[in-house]
Design a protein around this ligand. Structure first.
Ligand SMILES: NC(=O)c1ccc[n+]([C@@H]2O[C@H](COP(=O)([O-])OP(=O)(O)OC[C@H]3O[C@@H](n4cnc5c(N)ncnc54)[C@H](OP(=O)(O)O)[C@@H]3O)[C@@H](O)[C@H]2O)c1
Length: 294
């Protein structure tokens, strides 16, 4: 049995989980235990307890989440079970086993009425069920395990899974024009950059325990854009001839309301952990290159 510190990753087949998996070979000082939804559904609390008792991880990164934002409106109970209650249980099991807990949350905990980037202590006020369920998870994690680190992120994409970037590339290949919302402001996050930031936090904390600084942090790529401008950048990078047209949120009704403004202030994570942020277009370029070479 390896005596390296173990990092248990939940929900490993999602975007963030896959990106973490890609980075494992760059962190040989750790032993990664990568668990999918099938291996360890986080709402099966006895199974989770069994995994912790057997594996004794030093860290747990929770990449498992109910992320179907629109479906959550009609599946409130399930969203709250996975994003709320199960996060609290995971956090408290981590505490019991002295495992450090890193959990990922969302910009959707805010109502979107702000006009400047949200700092971590700005009052939360989710406008949809998904956001409310993620906020519940944050609250339970902090209450049951105040040593937790919670990272709020926004507009996540990756070369893995389904996301805005991959959908746009597909639609731009199939259609003459696509209509994209131009009145929601935010910052895209390449899941590979978030995965690297999480492993930086963990690596630093191995050097000295004072480097583990519990609390809530914001993370995204640098820069502010709209979904329309995001799509325009995808068009440019892929040399697509598809016509990208701006529309308003009201022209694209969805079951779940989205915040109009969800830009996160990243000063705290940069100052606390020395994490450098990449510009969103630069990271988008890396991701598209990876998608095209797969
Ligand atoms: N995607 C975004 O734009 C975005 C924005 C802000 C914050 N976030 C947050 O960032 C984190 C990572 O998101 P992501 O984009 O990587 O999400 P994702 O691609 O949807 O991955 C989530 C993973 O969790 C798994 N999962 C679902 N229910 C589970 C359960 N009960 N037990 C164990 N695993 C379960 C999913 O499996 P199935 O796919 O098989 O259900 C999936 O593999 C999440 O906490 C999310 O809330 C995401």
């Amino acid at each position: 049995m390896s005596d390296k510190p173990k990092i248990l990753v939940t929900g490993v087949n999602g975007q963030l989980g896959k990106e973490l998996q890609q980075l494992t070979s760059s962190y040989p000082q750790f032993h990664f235990v990568l668990l999918s939804k099938e291996d360890m559904p986080i709402q099966q609390f006895e199974l989770v307890r069994h995994f912790f008792a057997t594996l004794k991880p030093a860290y747990c990164i929770n990449c498992a989440a109910y992320t179907a934002v629109d479906k959550a409106e009609s599946e409130r109970e399930l969203a709250f079970l996975i994003n709320g209650e199960a996060v609290g249980v995971l956090a408290s099991i981590c505490k019991e086993h002295q495992a450090r807990f890193i959990h990922v949350s969302t910009d959707y905990v805010f109502n979107g009425d702000a006009t400047y980037p949200y700092t971590e202590n700005f009052p939360t006020d989710p406008v949809n069920v998904y956001g409310a369920s993620k906020l519940e998870g944050e609250k339970q994690a902090i209450q049951l395990n105040p040593d937790s680190i919670i990272i709020r992120t926004s507009w996540v994409y990756s070369s893995y899974g389904n996301n805005f970037v991959k959908t746009m590339i597909r639609l731009m290949g199939e259609k003459d024009d696509v209509k994209v919302i131009n009145d929601q402001l935010g910052s895209p996050t390449y899941a590979a950059d978030l995965a690297a930031a999480i492993l930086t936090i963990i690596s630093n904390s191995e050097l000295s325990f004072v480097n583990w600084k519990p609390g809530i942090y914001n993370f995204s790529n640098e820069g502010i854009t709209t979904w329309y401008e995001f799509a325009r950048a995808i068009k440019e990078i892929t040399n697509s001839i598809c016509d990208v047209k701006p529309i308003t949120t009201s022209e694209y009704p969805t079951p779940a309301k989205r915040p109009a403004y969800s830009v996160l202030d990243k000063t705290k994570i940069q100052n606390s952990f020395g994490i450098q942020l990449k510009d969103w277009k630069e990271s988008l370029g890396y991701c598209i290159e990876k998608i095209q070479h797969n």
